[in-house]
Design a protein around this ligand. Structure first.
Ligand code: ATP
Ligand code: MG
Length: 373
């Protein structure tokens, strides 16, 4: 067990790294953040910030020398970096798990081969694959680049063979998956933690609403049949076990109109839809990430209150600074801002949670606050 007082390494300096760092500080750990951005949200609160590239040999050596264990907040960390660090210090999640999750072809192929339900998909590596993929998947479909997509970026809607050809060309003919567009009743997600001896626990299911491909609102508990929630949690734990995963991960699901669950994707890290755990659970997903990394017993995932979480995107700053009084004045509302200086459209600047008697009242108040912001 790695105990308080130790220094932990975080690869990536975004808001997930920042919230991890704050949780680690609460428990008496020190944190070194590696991020090439000199002004990253996590770097600003870390004990030490190495601003260097994720494959910079000097920075990686420094992390190995200074850290008792290392984790990541960002699935696009080169798997080679995790491998290299992992040769000298404990690194979780493992390079192998991150390698699977960071490439949609490997991820979806792994899920399908392990018997987990996904939307119909086909792999496209060059223009010769287009016609076959289209025939296999059908329309409407979505073309997604295999690597470096996030928040719906690197995706195109496809209705015709012409669309597919044009979209693949626009993406620079990089490796992609073509995925059937599912008629969604709902989207839900499960965040879970898995420790060293394979002991695992998961949080309640979150119900997620997206806007323009970006998570907008999560509410917990999800308004789904309790049996379906059990199935989602079991499936998420099954995926983690199949990956021999150690750490915190999230599984995103589509729910069809026939109450069928399809796995959309997995994230080898804490997840935006798990931010509610900071304000509404006995242990947060970030504390859990630390516990799993340090070999401590996993924390209590119990939900203490129904909750709604709302993301604050840069769009909100377009005309002026949001009117924060609306969130400060609301009972049960808690604001988290990530300290990003520049508010760009679509950029995640912060979020707030609203605790309520039930999810409907929490959501109603959350929306009222948003209008007044
Ligand atoms: P994020 O980083 O927010 O998870 P991402 O870039 O990894 O996003 P996806 O999760 O693949 O992208 O897609 C983003 C959103 O687009 C989904 O949450 C869903 O709302 C919609 N979407 C993606 N694929 C499909 C599909 N096959 N059918 C229907 N909707 C889809
Ligand atoms: Mg997603």
């Amino acid at each position: 067990m790695i105990l308080p007082g130790a220094t932990l390494g975080m690869l990536g300096g975004g808001q997930l790294g920042r919230l991890f760092t704050l949780a680690a500080h609460d428990l008496g750990y020190r944190v070194v953040v590696l991020d090439p951005d000199p002004d990253s949200p996590a770097g600003r609160v870390a004990d030490e910030h190495l601003h260097a590239a994720y494959d910079d040999p000097w920075a990686l050596d420094r992390m190995v020398q200074g850290c008792a264990a290392i984790t990541t907040e960002f699935e696009n960390i080169p798997a080679e970096t995790l491998e290299r660090l992992g040769a000298s210090v404990p690194v979780f999640p493992s390079a192998a798990a991150v390698r699977t999750a960071q490439n949609r072809i490997r991820e979806k192929t792994f899920l399908r081969a392990s018997g987990f339900p996904t939307a119909p998909f086909a792999v496209i590596r060059d223009t010769q694959d287009l016609a076959g993929a289209m025939a296999e998947v059908g329309v409407p479909a979505i073309l997604k680049r295999a690597e470096f997509g996030y928040d719906g970026k690197g995706q195109a809607r496809i209705a015709t063979a012409g669309d597919l050809q044009a979209a693949f060309a626009r993406m620079g003919e990089v490796a992609c998956v073509l995925e059937r567009r599912v008629d969604l009743a709902l989207e839900v997600s499960v965040v879970l933690a898995r420790g060293i001896a394979g002991q695992a626990c998961c949080y309640p299911v979150a119900e997620n609403e997206h806007r323009n491909g970006i998570l907008d609102v999560s509410i917990v508990p999800a308004r789904i049949d309790p049996d379906l929630a059990v199935t989602a949690r079991d499936m998420a734990l099954g995926v983690a076990a199949a990956l021999e995963y150690q750490g915190v991960m999230a599984v995103e699901f589509f729910v069809t109109h026939d109450d069928e669950l399809l796995i959309n994707e997995i994230a080898p890290r804490p997840h935006n839809s798990g931010h509610y755990t900071v304000d509404a659970c006995a242990s947060s997903q970030f504390e859990q990430q630390l516990r799993a990394l340090c070999g401590l017993p996993l924390g209590d995932t119990r939900l203490l209150s129904p909750v709604a979480m709302v993301n604050l995107l840069g769009d909100l700053w377009a005309k002026r600074e949001p009117r924060w009084s609306s969130v400060f004045a609301a009972p049960g509302a808690r604001l988290h801002l990530y300290g990003k200086r520049e508010a760009r459209v679509g950029r995640k600047m912060g979020h707030y949670c609203v605790l309520g008697e039930n999810v409907d009242s929490a959501l109603a108040l959350a929306r009222e606050i948003y209008r007044a912001l």
